[in-house]
Design a protein around this ligand. Structure first.
Ligand SMILES: Cc1ncc(C[n+]2csc(CCOP(=O)(O)OP(=O)(O)O)c2C)c(N)n1
Ligand SMILES: [Mg+2]
Length: 806
């Protein structure tokens, strides 16, 4: 190997790349490798819990960073630390802070210690929750761990560029986009391309023709499983050939390049990004021959499963090593110069580790010292000194004490002092309370928006009617609302199956595509997961998407992305990113096994972080849509499938009404029993109340309206205090959302104190609903069922007045 440039050798560098650029890149790559090596050691030394790093993927990321411009977005996965270092979106200190789980935004701006190592993000929002100028920064959406789950939102990020380019009304939003020039860069591991959602997103990108550039880091493995188990023909670019553009059709452009070939990577990325940025042609960029020098993660060692020859090959073909060889061969630097540069990178990495560790521990120390000082004071009092010596010894023996160790010692102290009434106990108690408050902020805050746009801050604007307010079909109320919304807010767009040409299957968008154009109300393929993702990604760039899932039953296809990505965005970035997308769907009662679903427990329990709203009619639905649109938060609105043709009066102010979130409504007052329900069941319960009235039982019917959050004002508890009997009724499975509501009322609202009878639930049968009218009657709760349960409760209390029916 040549170690020195010969006097007349002219290195062949990609155009516009100077020698110093190459050396700067090599430096970043080498520093990145060092932090990976040190990171693994930190885990084995017990200073961090788990590590997954980007070693072996450095060189292609340096090349990708060279074509990544301000305003662009990354939506990737845990291997991308080199890229993040190269774009200035990460420092080595921050890398270690996240590895240690330092719960501070200053230390770990990606997640404030909430995410495991190498889950990156940049901050889109300022400390007030307002958008920053995203066109002035290099942006990264916040990573999540489920393989390929970066793909749905990636599609939406790319789709936003298309909207900004093609909708002239959006040109004013130059804080979000400059004429849609922004490229959405995706990264994904070779094995993760086997996930269905990868293909779903790629197909959608090909259909939509959006600037989405997906790099596949192919190291031929997915943990221990080699490529022949993952991918047909062992190559994702081969598999995708049919997506390539032809003379007749647009498609996805495919590039392949070896991951150790720095100049080829630079040139190929340039070509790829040009067509992607200028022409909005999606790209698959298959980077081959990559390695994993340290194996998959700190959980195991790859020597266990990789054959010897593969391990040997990986050593020789390490991309950084190959880059080094190329630098020397092309005479861009001497061996000595590279050694010097490497020594500096090693020192920088070590310094980063040391300073991060110091900062992490300095933050812990306050609580630790305060607890230790109280424990020592306790020992000095001579009372329980043996117990306190033990607590002290226990806490002192921790090599790297963390916050929970301190808290365990305080809690143990409080248990020892449980019978004492002295200053010391008060001090322990005060310390525990102050630490609890601080830790709530560190670990439990930001599930929802804390900005001034929080949906919880939006009050009620009631509908206004006059004598002439016309009676309309429910669908027409919605249509009138959406019409005004599209007219006044250019950021709003709607996508979904059948929403465009026919104005959705129930006509809520009827005529609106014709009026506002295909760019505003757009039909999509049948792909619920990426419909949701398309909304998530676009909302992360300032748009206000309404994404439609045709029937609630098919939300199942999108639940993964809603629960893993959308529901966690605010939390996992500690308020650094948001995606105020509205998911519109329709459910509850109609017909049969897959058009009458009401799986609210699945939804409520998987989507904390998203508002779950169940309006009983279309006026309420319009009010909820408006509340969400005025806020900066995501919500799922479930319209009643059987409500589109029911008559409602059209309010004068249909575009202004808002329904507050978390506030139920008493839709019928009563004194004997409280019945809490929502959605289509409200009409059933009202019918039951009429039947009950006939036999002299006065039922109070409460429409919860909003399940997440549920009754934040304690209205149900107050009703129970009056009636002393309660039924929770819905169409979910037994133990589903009725159990959730019951827990809210009996436990959180203290409702158990007011019960004079067993609290009851009325639900559907545990199976899916059978078809047709009888199928519905015998599967879902009817007014007869509600009557029976309410009557039984009254009969138990007063059999003379209410003799048993059966
Ligand atoms: C949905 C899901 N299934 C399984 C896992 C566990 N897992 C984490 S990484 C990984 C392998 C990914 O391999 P690849 O996509 O090739 O990326 P690489 O780690 O090789 O860069 C698996 C199975 C996961 N995170 N998510
Ligand atoms: Mg792999």
């Amino acid at each position: 190997m040549k170690t020195k440039a010969s006097a007349n050798h002219i290195p062949v560098l990609p155009e516009g790349i100077r020698r110093q650029d190459v050396l700067d890149d090599y430096y970043i790559g080498f520093e990145s490798r060092q932090i990976s090596l040190l990171g693994r050691k930190e885990v084995f030394a017990g200073k961090a819990k788990f590590g997954i790093f980007g070693d072996g993927k450095e060189v292609p990321q340096l090349a990708m960073a060279r074509v990544f411009e301000k305003g662009d977005f990354r939506s990737g996965y845990y291997r991308d630390q080199t890229f993040m270092l190269a774009i200035g979106g990460l420092t080595s200190q921050e890398f270690f802070a996240q590895l240690y789980a330092h719960p501070s935004l200053e230390a770990d701006p990606s997640s404030a210690g909430r995410q495991m190592s190498c889950h990156f993000s940049t901050r889109f929002l300022d400390e007030n929750g307002d958008w920053k100028r995203l066109t002035d920064t290099k942006n990264s959406a916040s990573d999540i761990s489920p393989t390929a789950a970066q793909m749905p939102r990636l599609l939406g990020i790319a789709y936003a560029s298309k909207l900004f380019r093609n909708n002239p009304e959006l040109k004013i939003y130059d804080n979000f986009s400059i004429n849609g020039n922004e490229v959405a860069f995706g990264t994904i591991g070779n094995a993760s391309t086997s996930e269905g959602v990868f293909f779903e997103a790629m197909n959608a990108a090909g259909v939509l023709q959006v600037p989405m550039l997906v790099s596949v880091w192919d190291d031929e493995y997915g943990i221990s499983v080699p490529k022949e188990y993952h991918t047909t023909k062992g190559s994702i670019s081969e598999v995708m050939r049919g997506f390539e553009p032809s003379e007749l059709h647009k498609g996805i452009k495919i590039f392949t390049v070896n991951g150790w070939d720095y100049p080829a990577l630079i040139e190929t990325y340039r070509k790829a990004v040009k067509i992607c940025r200028e022409e909005h042609v999606p790209v698959l960029f298959h980077v081959q021959e990559l390695t994993q020098p340290q194996g998959h993660s700190t959980s195991g060692s790859h020597e266990r499963y990789k054959p010897k020859d593969r391990l040997e090959w990986e050593k020789k073909n390490d991309c950084l090593l190959k880059m080094r060889e190329w630098i020397l061969q092309d005479g861009l630097a001497t061996e000595e110069e590279l050694n010097e540069l490497e020594t500096k990178a090693i020192e920088t990495a070590k310094f980063a580790r040391a300073s991060s560790w110091k900062a992490f521990n300095a933050d812990l120390k306050g609580d630790f010292d305060a607890a230790m000082s109280l424990i020592k004071q306790a020992i000095q009092t001579g009372v329980f000194s043996e117990e306190f010596e033990e607590i002290k010894a226990h806490l002192s023996k921790e090599q790297y004490p963390v916050r929970s160790d301190t808290l365990k010692a305080i809690n143990q102290s409080l248990r020892v002092l449980r019978h004492s009434e002295n200053e010391l106990k008060n001090k322990f108690s005060a310390l525990r309370k102050s630490i609890d408050v601080a830790n709530m902020e560190r670990y439990n805050s930001n599930l929802y928006s804390r900005s001034r746009y929080s949906a919880m801050k939006i009050g009620e604007t009631l509908p206004i009617y006059n004598e002439d307010s016309p009676l309309k079909d429910g669908r027409e109320i919605l249509q009138a609302f959406f019409d005004k919304t599209f007219a006044t807010n250019p950021l709003v767009f709607a996508i979904g199956e059948d929403v465009g040409r026919i104005g959705d299957v129930n006509q809520g968008f009827a005529g609106l595509q014709e009026k506002y154009g295909e760019i505003r109300i757009t039909d999509t393929g049948i792909r619920e997961c990426t419909i949701a993702g398309q909304g998530i990604g676009a909302a992360m760039r300032g748009m206000r998407p309404i994404v439609e899932i045709q029937y609630l039953d098919y939300l199942m296809y999108a639940i993964q992305i809603l629960t893993d990505d959308l529901a966690t965005i605010q939390y996992r970035t500690k308020g650094g990113q948001k995606a105020p997308v509205i998911i519109r769907t329709r459910g509850h009662r109609l017909e049969g096994v897959w058009h009458a679903g009401s799986p609210l427990s699945v939804i409520v329990n998987s989507m904390r972080g998203i508002y779950i709203l169940t309006p009983r009619n279309m006026t309420k639905a319009a009010g909820f849509y408006n509340t969400l649109l005025q806020s900066d938060e995501p919500g799922l609105v479930i319209e009643c499938l059987n409500g589109y043709r029911l008559k409602e009066r059209l309010p004068e102010n249909v575009s202004e009404i808002t329904v507050p979130i978390g506030i139920p409504e008493i839709i019928k007052e009563g004194t004997d029993i409280t019945i809490v329900t929502y959605g289509s069941m409200t009409r059933i319960c009202m019918e039951a109340a009429r039947l009950l009235e006939e036999v002299g039982i006065s039922a109070e019917i409460i429409d919860a309206q909003s399940l997440l959050p549920f009754d934040i004002v304690g209205m149900v508890g107050k009703s129970l205090q009056k009636t002393n009997r309660i039924i929770f009724a819905d169409e979910d499975v037994p133990g589903g959302a009725t159990a959730y509501m019951m827990q809210e009322v009996l436990e959180n609202q203290g409702g158990y104190k007011f019960l004079d009878a067993q609290p009851r639930t009325i639900t559907a049968h545990p199976h899916r609903p059978a078809y047709a009218s009888d199928g519905d009657y015998f599967s879902k709760p009817s007014a007869d069922n509600v009557f029976d349960v309410a009557y039984e409760l009254l009969s138990d209390a007063n059999p003379d007045q209410y003799p048993p029916l059966l």
